[in-house]
Design a protein around this ligand. Structure first.
Ligand SMILES: O=C(O)CCC(=O)C(=O)O
Ligand SMILES: [Fe+2]
Length: 424
């Protein structure tokens, strides 16, 4: 038996990752490109009207952001936030390969919920390969929630700064090991993307694009799932399929619900996605981005309610810390929980959650009150992005998660997903 060449080795690793991430698709029967999207017009933006509001960070104070966008839950595109980020120079394929070529980033989730990882140098090879990403209908996509926690990729945290609008970050009080996944390094070729979903726990999100162009479609909170995710025979749940098959209906006269807000995000732009908005994202070319999800005073009650229901233990810890750090919000949370419990008891103990049990202590401590809402909102000011250096493994969830009732999102999720098979 002959030795396998380095090329064959790489090919083997790529195919192993592809099989694990999409076990329903046969590589040898060319099912990865059976829809021929690579030869379709799915990446065309002809006639698309980007009517999203855009504002320069120099013109938007933190308090105006809260008043104009965060509280009313309106999406906005903010420009200029990344102007001074090292990522602008550092996050090219070339430099990333030099720094992190051997680091294994998450490129998918297998059938058992484990992370599928590929070395960056192999992923870069995949992206340029005429046998792979150049023809795959819905290529593999790096969506990695642990880059900031793992020793070999942690320095990426120094390449960007959390913009001042998003610094309140109330989940920091849940503790670094318990807090839900909240930041992702995102990189993928044309036609990769995030299928239609609502972000988990009703959190808000920001997404800053360093390279390439992304197409977004957003629907407001309350838009019925069955309207925006109709089951169309033979259509899978990939972003590219949604844009190819469903999006055209949104433009027809009998589209039953809100029209989407279309955004073409350019490099250097930050999209703010308020909680509860459906969104689908398609990479129009190779893109590199960073995205965070967060809770703030504006969305706290909604996030608290979702957390209490789906993460009761984390919520109990979170509440304890909020009592110390933010007694104003702890009081809101406590009141909501008490009301919830009362409801559960008066409805004769068929109570939904264990959230009624774990309380303790009183909220005597003082509040450090809300995050600073100082004036300058552009990038170069101080950052709080490095709050966590934990090495979260198994409970590390999901990238573009929808852990909401909706299971709609492809990439983010599940408790085990950031541990690989064989991880200890
Ligand atoms: O860049 C993308 O693919 C979208 C990310 C997203 O929607 C998410 O992280 O929730
Ligand atoms: Fe999302």
């Amino acid at each position: 038996m002959g030795e396998t060449s380095p090329r064959e080795e790489i090919e083997k690793k790529i195919c192993t990752a592809k099989r694990a991430a999409r076990s329903e698709l046969s590589i040898s029967r060319r099912e990865w490109c059976k829809n021929g999207y690579a030869h379709s017009n799915v990446l065309s933006t002809d006639g698309l009207l980007d009517v999203a509001e855009r504002t320069r960070c120099q013109d938007l104070s933190v308090s105006d952001f809260v008043k104009l966008y965060e509280q009313p839950r309106l999406p906005v595109v903010i420009t200029g936030l990344a102007d001074a980020w090292p990522a602008k120079n550092e996050w090219t394929e070339h430099h990333l390969e030099e720094r992190f070529g051997q680091h294994r980033f998450k490129v998918g989730t297998d059938d058992d919920g484990y992370a599928v990882r590929l070395e960056l140098c192999h992923f870069l090879h995949y992206m340029q390969s005429p046998n792979h990403a150049l023809v795959d209908d819905s290529p593999l996509y790096i969506f990695d929630a642990t880059f900031g926690d793992r020793h070999s990729s942690r320095s990426m945290l120094n390449d960007y700064k959390i913009p001042p609008y998003f610094r309140e970050d109330l989940f920091q009080f849940a503790g670094k090991h318990r807090r839900p996944p909240h930041r992702w390094f995102v990189m993928g070729p044309a036609r990769s993307g995030s299928s239609l979903h609502i972000d988990p726990l009703a959190t808000n999100a920001w997404n800053t694009l360093i390279k390439g162009r992304k197409r977004w479609a957003l629907f407001p909170p309350g838009t019925p799932k069955k309207a925006v995710l109709p089951s169309i025979l033979g259509v899978d749940s990939e972003a590219v399929s949604w844009f190819y098959h469903v999006y055209p209906y949104t433009q027809s006269a009998d589209w039953p619900t809100a029209k989407p807000i279309d955004i073409i995000q350019e490099a250097g732009e930050t999209v703010f996605v308020p909680g509860g908005w459906w969104h689908a994202v398609l990479n129009l070319e190779t893109t590199i981005a960073v995205t965070h999800n967060y809770a703030s005073s504006s969305n706290f009650l909604r996030v608290w309610k979702h957390s209490l229901r789906s993460r009761p233990k984390m919520s109990a810890k979170w509440l304890l810390a909020l009592r110390q750090q933010r007694s104003d919000l702890a009081a809101i949370a406590q009141e909501n929980r008490d009301r919830d419990c009362l409801g559960a008891f008066t409805h004769s103990s068929t109570s939904s959650s264990s959230s009624c049990s774990t309380s303790s202590s009183s909220s005597t401590s003082t509040s450090t009150s809300s995050s600073s809402t100082s004036s300058s909102s552009c990038s170069s000011s101080t950052s709080s992005s490095t709050s966590s250096t934990s090495t979260s493994t198994s409970s590390e969830g999901c990238p573009n998660s929808v852990e909401v009732a909706d299971d709609s999102h492809t990439a983010k999720r599940r408790k085990t997903e950031d541990s690989c098979r064989g991880d200890g």
